[in-house]
Design a protein around this ligand. Sequence first.
Ligand SMILES: CC(C)(COP(=O)(O)OP(=O)(O)OC[C@H]1O[C@@H](n2cnc3c(N)ncnc32)[C@H](O)[C@@H]1OP(=O)(O)O)[C@@H](O)C(=O)NCCC(=O)NCCS
Length: 329
Amino acid sequence: MKSPLVDVDDLAPGENHGKAATALTRYTVEEVTTEAAFDEGLAPLNAQFLATGEIEREDVLRTWLRAGFRTSPATPIAARYHMLLVRDADGTLAAVRDCFTATDPTTGRVVVLLSHSLVLPQHRRTGVGALLRACPVAFARADAKALGVTHPKILLFAEMEPIEPHNRTTVTRVLAYARAGFRAIPPTSLPYAQPDFRDLDALGVGPVPLPFLCLIRQIGEDGRPDAPRATIEALVRHVQAIHLHHCAPGQLATIRDHALGALARDSRDPIPLVRLPVAPSEVSLLEPLMYSRVFALYPSTWIGPLPLGDADLETTLLVANWNPPKERP
Ligand SMILES: CC(C)(COP(=O)(O)OP(=O)(O)OC[C@H]1O[C@@H](n2cnc3c(N)ncnc32)[C@H](O)[C@@H]1OP(=O)(O)O)[C@@H](O)C(=O)NCCC(=O)NCCS
C-alpha cells in the first residue's frame, strides 16, 4: 500500500503492516506547503512540546519551511524541513509529524532528524503512528533524488529523554520506537544533547543543552545489533548541519566535543546498540537508559540542580510499574 508520501513497505518488519495499510485507506496524508497548513500542524505540536523546550521556535521553523534546501559553506550537507499532516475522512486533523533531512551528496548518506510526532489522543493505536514512522523514509528518498543521489544510505534518528520509572509516556514512546525497528546508541558511547533552542540573546542567558538518548534505525539493515563508528560520527555531523542554521556555533561545538569525545574513548567498531523493549515484560532492557545512569554522563550545568538517584532502584521500580503482580484468584 503506497501513497507518494508514505510507503508501508518502508516500515520495519516488527511493525503491524496490515494495521498501517488499513489506516492508509481511512486517513489521508499531506505534506505541508502553505502557511495555513503549517499553522494547523504547529499548534498541537507546540501544545505538546513547547513546555519542555523540545521544539524549535516558531519563527525558526517558518524560515525552514519557506527555505527549501539549506546549505552552509561549512559543510556539503544540504538540509531541509518537512511537515506532514494526517487527516481523518472528515478532514479533521489526526496526527502531525515534522522532521529534517540532511543529505551529503558526496557520500550519499541521508540522516533524518525525527523532530516531533504526535497522534492526537482519539486516533492512537489506529495505525496512524506507523504512517508517521514510514513517511520520513519517503522524504529522505525524495530529497536524495533531488540532490542527485540515486542509492541513498538512510539513517533515521530520534532524540528522546532518558527513562524515568514513573513516566509512562516515555516508556510508551520507547515501546513504539522498538516496534518500529529502532535501537539506542549507548549513552556511554555517545552522550548526545539537543541544543538549547530558546532565544538566548533575547533572554540574556547562556545555552543549557538538553541531554538526550539517540535512537536510530538503519534503513535496509533492520535487525542489525550494532552500528559502525563512521555512522555514529556522521550522525552528529549531519544533525549539526541542520542545527547550524539556527543555533550558535559555540553551543554546537560544546555538544559535539562532549559526545564525540566519549565516542573517541570507546575503541569498539562497530558499536553494539541497546535493544529496546517491544513489550512491557521486557522493560528491564532499559537499564542503561535510566535517568540517573544517563545524566551522570553530563556536565552538572546541563542537568540542573536535582541530585541523581540510584539507577538500579529506578530499573526495579520501572519493572514493577509495568509488570504489576497478578491478583490472587
Ligand atoms: C508516541 C505516539 C506517536 C505513538 O502513537 P500511538 O498511535 O499512540 O501508538 P502506535 O500505534 O504508534 O504504537 C505502536 C506500538 O507501540 C506499542 N504501544 C503503543 N502504546 C502503547 C501503550 N500505551 N502500552 C503498551 N504498548 C504500547 C504497541 O506495541 C503498539 O502497537 P499495537 O497498537 O499494534 O499493539 C503517540 O502516543 C503520541 O503522540 N504521544 C505523545 C507525543 C509523543 O510522545 N511523541 C513521540 C515523540 S516526538
